[in-house]
Design a protein around this ligand. Structure first.
Ligand code: URA
Length: 289
């Protein structure tokens, strides 16, 4: 593009921007739309919302799939090695394409017995370049029907937690350790978590959040922030492949134990501080408005 007339450069930049906007709008539609609440999504599901449009597999032929990634370079490393942008600079459209490819792979995955009971695999929702990601345990009844994470009652509580932190519902990234619903919502077994692990790794690799919140013991264990049977795991910073992880209670536990909400709010405030943010309503946040 160097040497091109300024108006040609401008036109090319505008075309790229339009393409990116169209891609983002398509992504948002495929996840139910921006700002659509869990209750609205469930109501749509009752009316027979059509299955999400299956994503197009646009993976370049030599890009490693999840199945082929044992010991294989990760997407970010592949990109850097090729002299292409590292993951932090990856354009939104490329992130969306990669995440949709992974979601399509998860929808076909038969690596563990959980696939036998799924209506739909449940991969993600939110911003593919979010600074903050929430990782839950696995889909429940409503999630399995709608194909989106956290759209049942615990999702409504999660949405309120996200709002209390000062984020729009879709400004964060939300996913689970396992992508298929365990029977009767039981906790996924370690082999099931491990079978699904490469998907979680790959999707967090694409999003590269600055902070991850592990919702509940299962996610905390899977992300290396709690040992089985360990007490007192909540609220202690851990790390997952260099990214800080805050393990806290799961929203479904909070629905049963509302008195634990105070502890979770302490954890979420620590997350905001780590991100250099303040909860809305604090004097500094109000002063900035
Ligand atoms: N619980 C989870 O851990 N994940 C969901 O998506 C819903 C409920």
């Amino acid at each position: 593009m160097r040497g091109a007339a300024p108006d040609q450069e401008l036109a090319a930049a505008a075309a790229r921007l339009a393409e990116e906007v169209a891609e983002v709008l398509r992504w948002e539609r495929s996840l139910g739309g921006v700002g659509v609440t869990a209750a609205e999504l469930r109501a749509e599901g009752e009316r027979g919302r059509p299955a999400d449009v299956p994503p197009v597999d646009r993976r370049p032929v030599d890009e490693p799939t999840v199945e082929a990634r044992d010991g294989a370079p990760r997407p970010a490393e592949v990109a850097s090695a090729a002299g292409e942008p590292t993951s932090l600079e990856v354009p939104l459209a490329a992130r969306i394409a990669r995440l949709e490819t992974l979601a399509a792979e998860a929808a076909k995955c038969t690596a563990c017995p959980l696939h036998e009971g799924r209506t739909r695999s449940v991969f993600q929702r939110g911003d593919p370049a979010a600074e903050l990601a929430f990782v839950g345990e696995g889909p429940g009844f409503h999630e399995d029907r709608l194909g989106l994470p956290f759209v049942g009652p615990s999702g409504e509580l999660l949405d309120r937690m996200i709002a209390a932190m000062g984020y729009a519902r879709d400004a964060v990234y939300v996913c689970n350790v396992v992508k298929c619903r365990p029977p009767n919502n039981r906790t996924p077994t370690v082999p099931e978590r491990d079978a699904c692990g490469p998907f979680l790794e790959a999707q967090l690799d694409v999003v590269r959040p600055r902070v991850i919140v592990a919702l509940g013991r299962c996610a905390a264990e899977h992300l290396g922030c709690a040992e089985p049977e360990q007490r007192g795991w909540r609220g202690r910073w851990g790390q997952w492949r260099g990214t800080p992880v805050m393990p806290t209670y799961h929203p479904s536990y909070l629905l049963r134990t509302p008195q634990a909400k105070r502890a979770v709010w302490t954890d979420l405030q620590a997350v905001l501080a780590r991100l250099g943010r303040e909860p809305p309503g604090t004097p500094a946040a109000v002063a900035r408005q």
